[in-house]
Design a protein around this ligand. Structure first.
Ligand SMILES: Nc1nc2c(c(=O)[nH]1)N(C=O)[C@@H](CNc1ccc(C(=O)N[C@@H](CCC(=O)O)C(=O)O)cc1)CN2
Ligand SMILES: Nc1ncnc2c1ncn2[C@@H]1O[C@H](COP(=O)(O)OP(=O)(O)OP(=O)(O)O)[C@@H](O)[C@H]1O
Length: 195
């Protein structure tokens, strides 16, 4: 495939995957998110992590609010993305879910007065959102390169755990050189360890 063909293939696959993700009923999203949370709680990398970079979910995504609540109660340091520029984000510490307010693209993030940036090198585990994933660990995001840049350049040491609904797992996900691979994928049905 040429570079242009890869971009086209990514675009098509992203549309299809987001359509699938968005067509889950609210009740199904809730039930699957709970199952994913239970799997995460029993995963060694999550249990052992002192600092977890989660995300503040948009409505169609896997919901991690209850996971974050429990991680905080266990004394873990929890962070979520803060968009700081085009394709550039930082990890910002969440001390309480009540500190989250709508930010860029309407995605919840920590309100300005409470912002404390977490050093990317201190992240043990990153829970990664996305549009589509393949079982070998390739990821297709929303197309702005936020996670590829952050994980590849700033936090290469972190364990990368994709969280997604099983309908987002595709046979193949087109890859470019900058795409960062996942170490594991957690869905409502299974935990996939990627090689
Ligand atoms: N909950 C959550 N937070 C996240 C992500 C995510 O996937 N989920 N991200 C994962 O990367 C980053 C945000 N990525 C985004 C990528 C594209 C667009 C977006 O809506 N793009 C528009 C174009 C907007 C414009 O050009 O100004 C579009 O595609 O139509 C939004 C967020 C960081 N935070
Ligand atoms: N590490 C990087 N360095 C420079 N440019 C990058 C890097 N990663 C991604 N990009 C650029 O960002 C754009 C989006 O990349 P891509 O389509 O892989 O994003 P994505 O993984 O789908 O998005 P996101 O992480 O925001 O969900 C592309 O133009 C790509 O070339």
């Amino acid at each position: 495939m040429t570079a242009e063909e890869i971009l086209q293939a990514k675009k098509r696959l992203r549309q299809e995957a987001l359509k699938r993700r968005g067509s889950l009923l609210a009740q199904t999203n809730r039930m699957f998110s709970e199952a994913i949370e239970a799997r995460l709680m029993s995963l060694d990398v999550c249990r052992e992590a002192r600092t977890v970079f989660a995300f503040a979910a948009m409505s169609d995504e896997v919901q991690l609010y209850s996971f974050m609540e429990k991680a905080l109660a266990e004394g873990k340091r929890v962070a979520v993305p803060l968009i700081v520029g085009k394709g550039v984000m930082e990890a910002v510490r969440v001390r309480a879910l009540s500190d989250l307010v709508p930010g860029a693209f309407d995605i919840p993030t920590v309100r300005e007065e409470r912002r404390e940036i977490v050093a990317p090198k201190s992240l043990d585990c990153v829970l990664v959102p996305g549009a589509a994933f393949s079982r070998d660990g390739a990821r297709l995001g929303l197309g702005a390169g936020f996670y590829d840049r952050f994980l590849g350049e700033k936090a290469p040491q972190a364990q990368r755990i994709a969280v997604a609904f099983s309908c987002q797992i595709m046979d193949e996900v087109p890859r470019e050189a900058h795409d960062v691979m996942m170490h594991a994928i957690v869905t409502e049905n299974e935990t996939i360890l990627c090689r």
